[in-house]
Design a protein. Structure first.
Length: 395
């Protein structure tokens, strides 16, 4: 099977003279061979020029070897150094006349190479000149353009990104704490208070800061959630943090006042118990909004009502702010949400505390993004003290 774009298909029809439906594999191979021959013919002037330039540089090297026993002596003579360099350096810049003037007015470097080689009696040079005279000179401009492209490519620097993975660390054994089973069965606040506060997780990272206790005061985590690997050599768990995808809330209150973050393993082990005790606790599926096109879990599509979104919207704005920040969400749903976060988390503090909060959020989100750039996002603009204006930024 041969797959080709329409312009190639039309080219094959033009070469073979057949109808489009009668083309077979032999026609495709014949077209490929003809294109190869045409490409060689188009490149012939360029090959002649490269051959003559090589011969010229070779003769220059031979003259300098005859004059100097050691080519390092050339560096001691200024005139010799300039002559040596100019003999090998190709002319990179082009005048406007050389680029855009009519052919009769151009002082092309191609003609100078040909003219300077006319008096050379070397058989290879004469053979190259004979080839030059036999080809269609109208395609020499295309050869020059191809040569210019080769020069541009030659100056490109190829860069290969090397990703430095975190060091290998032994994974810890997974367990389901008895306190979690009790909370699933009862949903009581007393059971909830036994869990670790979320800001303790921050304390084991390089972003540890006392202000985390204020920003994540209503979030708690299970025993298994922060436990992923043995203590790394650096002492920080930045590269081994678990993403926030599962959240438990109690149904014992009209409006939950706290959130419990659980791991995938715990959800898998206790899923049947959670389902059986659905009157006591509620399991939420969560995903932070890290791209602008991704719809947040607490925002319903226009004109639609989603039960899951209603469940998220039953939480207070403060709870959702804490959850979004802890999970590393990068975009706000509305301008009002952005202003509420500034008022609730930052503006209510002193100038020193506000700056401290922004520095912490910047460091924490950087850990959550694992080295990915987030400066163009809403949170990236906020932590860099740039005001987000209402309008297209939230469209």
């Amino acid at each position: 099977m041969f797959v080709a774009p329409p312009e190639v298909h039309q080219s094959i029809i033009g070469v073979t003279g057949k109808d489009g439906n009668d083309i077979n594999g032999y026609d495709v191979v014949a077209w490929s061979l003809e294109q190869s021959c045409l490409n060689i013919e188009r490149s012939q002037p360029l090959r002649v020029l490269q051959g003559l330039s090589h011969h010229h540089r070779q003769n220059t090297m031979a003259r300098f070897r005859e004059r100097y026993d050691n080519l390092e002596d050339v560096a001691n003579e200024t005139d010799a150094t300039k002559g040596f360099i100019s003999a090998f350096r190709e002319k990179e810049e082009q005048r406007l006349t050389d680029l855009y003037a009519p052919a009769s007015l151009k002082t092309s470097g191609v003609l100078s190479v040909i003219d300077s080689s006319q008096k050379d009696s070397d058989p290879t040079v004469q053979k190259l000149l004979a080839i030059w005279r036999s080809v269609d000179l109208s395609i020499s401009a295309g050869a020059s353009m191809h040569e210019e492209h080769e020069r541009e490519v030659a100056h490109e620097v190829e860069q290969e990104t090397q990703i430095q993975r975190p060091p290998h660390v032994k994974a810890v054994r997974r367990v389901v704490d008895i306190s979690l089973r009790q909370f699933v069965r009862t949903g009581s606040d007393l059971s909830f208070q036994q869990f670790t506060q979320a800001h303790d997780v921050v304390g084991h990272t390089s972003a540890k800061d006392s202000i985390a206790a204020e920003l994540f005061g209503h979030l708690r985590v299970t025993t298994d959630f922060p436990r992923t690997v043995d203590r790394p050599q650096s002492g920080y768990y930045d590269s081994y943090l678990r993403p926030v995808n599962w959240v438990l809330t109690s149904k014992q209150y009209a409006q939950p006042a706290n959130l419990l973050l659980v791991s995938q393993y715990e959800v898998n082990e206790l899923f049947d118990e959670i389902h059986a005790n659905s009157a006591k606790v509620k399991l939420h599926i969560y995903e932070p909004r890290v791209t602008k096109s991704l719809r947040a879990v607490d925002l319903a599509p226009p004109g639609r009502t989603c039960p899951s979104v209603v469940g998220w919207q039953s939480l207070t704005q403060r709870l959702r702010h804490e959850l979004h920040l802890f999970a590393g969400q990068l975009y706000f749903n509305t301008f009002e949400e952005y202003r509420e976060l500034l008022t609730d988390v930052i503006s209510a503090k002193s100038t020193v505390q506000a700056e401290q909060a922004l520095r912490f959020i910047k460091a924490w989100v950087a850990i959550r993004r694992k080295g990915q750039n987030f400066w163009p996002t809403h949170v990236g603009q906020m932590v860099n003290n740039r005001t987000i204006k209402e309008g297209r930024a939230f469209d």
